[in-house]
Write a protein that binds this ligand. Structure first.
Ligand SMILES: [Zn+2]
Ligand SMILES: [Zn+2]
Ligand SMILES: [Zn+2]
Length: 400
């Protein structure tokens, strides 16, 4: 089924939309009004019994008796026996009464009726500004979170003992942050030298953070498209965020405009090759749907090998989660960022870089330099050793 959207249409666009719907419904061609030189009939449906159609959009005031009279006069002049007035607004309360009393062959059609005949003709007319839908993603349990966290840490850090068995969640606070999933459609036509040189169409969606206005990438979409979500009825402060701010929509418009900008070569009237930058305008972009997602943001205090740490992350109901802080670990001894080969000291829980790490030469435990001693061998070669192993060999000369 084809879908047509009301949003963003000017009067010309609305006429075209009506033409398409009536032509499909009556399975007939339409003829534009300018051929009749009368502004009171927008087009005529060329069916067995020709039907004049008058489109009123945007509708500033209710359509009442004067408009109906004018339309009927135009119909008689053109010898059209049937007429339809369509409005995106309202009809005056007396309009139908006037038609009935005078037995006029005119049908009044609001958007609801228009949508219903469109539907019969196989066209879905989206005419109500659809309210954003709100959902929340269910956060994992503490136990699940602990598992996912250990899995992630195991991937990033080296440790001779099992990290999973040495992590304890002390405190986990969950709040929500808002993301919008916004679907859009582009429909643009570009002309030069009185010719259409390019048509740009497309659709898609983006996740945008309410607080930062950042557009998230494919990874994010992958996780949150799949994450099971629950309908959510936000209250109070949360409810105010249901509709995206203008700035959020502007972020989307900018992105879509840059994505759909094309440089199109064309021939000028004087037969010279030229290029036009074709950027869709905001009017060419239709926001089709806005979904409001309240994602669980968790602030966690945990202990790893007895050392207290914190982590802030954006969760999903799967094992995927986005760590917001710390983005990277810093060496607990020198404070340097650890890009790779970070090591967890199983004695004190320090996370250290290669420079400040050691492995016990006897039991192979991962240690930080604070927790390892060394045995000085001949030729000055130093062998790291942990306290436990050192105690087992009483004769050794241990140095810090
Ligand atoms: Zn260090
Ligand atoms: Zn240590
Ligand atoms: Zn050892």
């Amino acid at each position: 089924m084809k879908t047509l959207y009301m949003e963003g249409l000017d009067s010309e666009g609305f006429e075209q939309l009506c033409e398409e719907i009536f032509s499909a419904f009556y399975k007939a061609k339409v003829k534009r009004s300018f051929l009749f030189e009368d502004a009171n009939t927008d087009f005529v449906v060329l069916s067995s019994n020709n039907i004049a159609v008058d489109c009123k959009h945007p509708a500033k005031s209710p359509v009442g008796r004067p408009a109906i009279e004018k339309f009927y006069t135009a119909m008689k002049k053109k010898k059209v026996k049937e007429g339809i007035i369509v409005t995106s607004g309202k009809f005056a309360s007396t309009a139908q009464k006037y038609i009935d009393e005078n037995n006029l062959p005119i049908t009044l059609m609001d958007l609801e009726k228009l949508a219903s005949i469109a539907f019969k003709a196989g066209i879905k007319l989206v005419y109500k500004k659809e309210e954003p839908e709100a959902f929340t993603i269910i956060a994992n349990s503490d136990r699940e979170f602990r598992e996912h966290l250990s899995k992630k840490l195991k991937k990033e850090l080296q440790c001779s003992d099992d990290i999973g068995l040495n992590i304890a969640i002390i405190k986990r606070d969950i709040s929500h942050v808002v993301y919008y999933k916004i679907n859009y459609r582009v429909d643009a036509e570009f002309t030069a030298s009185n010719k259409v040189i390019h048509k740009e169409t497309g659709d898609g969606y983006f996740y945008i953070s309410e607080s930062t206005g950042r557009i998230e990438g494919d990874e994010f979409s992958k996780v949150y498209d799949m994450a099971p979500r629950m309908a959510y009825d936000p209250q109070g402060k949360d409810a105010a965020l249901l509709k995206p701010r203008k700035q959020i929509l502007d972020v989307l418009y900018d992105k879509v405009q840059s994505m759909h900008t094309k440089y199109v070569p064309y021939m000028t009237k004087s037969n010279k090759l030229s290029t036009k930058t074709c950027t869709p305008t905001k009017k060419d972009i239709t926001i089709q749907n806005v979904m409001c997602l309240y994602l669980p943001l968790s602030d966690v205090e945990y202990e790893m090998f007895g050392k207290a740490r914190t982590i802030r992350s954006l969760e999903s109901s799967s094992e995927e989660f986005t760590i917001i802080d710390p983005k990277v670990f810093a060496c607990d001894i020198c404070g340097g960022k650890i890009s790779k080969n970070g090591i967890v000291c199983v004695k004190c829980g320090n996370i250290v870089d290669e420079k400040h790490s050691a492995r016990c030469s006897r039991c192979n435990k991962t240690l930080c330099v604070n927790c390892s001693s060394y045995v000085s061998k001949f030729l000055g070669k130093k062998e790291p050793i942990c306290g436990t192993c050192a105690n087992k060999e009483p004769g050794l000369k241990i140095k810090k």
